[in-house]
Write a protein that binds this ligand. Structure first.
Ligand SMILES: CC(C)(COP(=O)(O)OP(=O)(O)OC[C@H]1O[C@@H](n2cnc3c(N)ncnc32)[C@H](O)[C@@H]1OP(=O)(O)O)[C@@H](O)C(=O)NCCC(=O)NCCS
Length: 183
């Protein structure tokens, strides 16, 4: 019997603006990410308003057992078939195996959006994040200071993906269906 809480990604909506700003400026999350500075509410408002209407570069709220638990998004890269993944879970949900499941769902959704490759930058000292990406089938592509690059080819991601997805792929992001699996 599967007793894991249900985990899903749902597209961020206007009502998530304040929540995402609070998470984004959480000192613990800040210290583990690439951009070590707070963003202002004004800066966030402009960025968020643009992004929630950008179907090509979505922001998803991670929900665990129906509660907001983190964020994952696809940022643009110079190659339009490649997206950069950024994610975090709030502290209470870290270290429980959710990260690699979020990454599996993200790969599924990115494939539906037509991406062929995902990249991520991970701090050298963020071992948990590196291991979550490796568990989700990413390869460690380059080691730089203070970050290294992780890469997932979506052409062969089906073989690499360790989590079984229990819902069909979304047909288009415009329909904004959640992407989910048992956490
Ligand atoms: C990074 C993050 C998404 C990973 O998700 P998670 O659910 O916490 O990670 P998991 O529980 O799936 O663990 C991932 C791996 O790290 C290992 N791990 C867990 N806690 C660890 C720790 N404190 N130190 C080192 N490894 C750890 C797990 O054993 C697992 O390894 P395995 O897959 O080889 O068994 C999450 O921890 C997070 O959001 N952290 C805060 C923000 C952040 O770091 N974002 C990423 C920026 S690139």
């Amino acid at each position: 019997m599967n007793t894991s809480p249900h985990l899903q990604l749902r597209p961020a909506v206007a009502a998530d603006e304040a929540r995402l700003l609070t998470w984004r400026n959480d000192p613990w999350i800040l210290a583990l990410g690439s951009l070590n500075r707070n963003v202002t509410a004004d800066e966030h408002h402009v960025w968020f308003a643009k992004r929630i209407t950008n179907a090509r570069h979505p922001i998803w709220v991670i929900e665990i057992a129906g509660e907001p638990a983190g964020m994952v998004r696809l940022d643009p890269c110079s190659n339009p078939t490649v997206a950069k993944v950024s994610l975090y879970l709030i502290r209470a949900h870290c270290g429980q195996g959710h990260g690699r499941k979020v990454l599996a769902l993200t790969a599924e959704a990115a494939t539906s959006l037509g991406y062929r490759e995902l990249h991520a930058s991970v701090r050298q000292d963020n071992v948990r994040s590196q291991r979550a990406f490796l568990s989700a089938g990413y390869l460690m592509e380059a080691t730089g200071e203070p970050e290294l690059t992780m890469r997932l080819s979506l052409d062969d991601a089906t073989a690499a993906r360790p989590v079984s997805i229990d819902k069909p792929k979304p047909s288009a992001h415009d329909d904004a269906p959640p992407v989910s699996c048992a956490a």
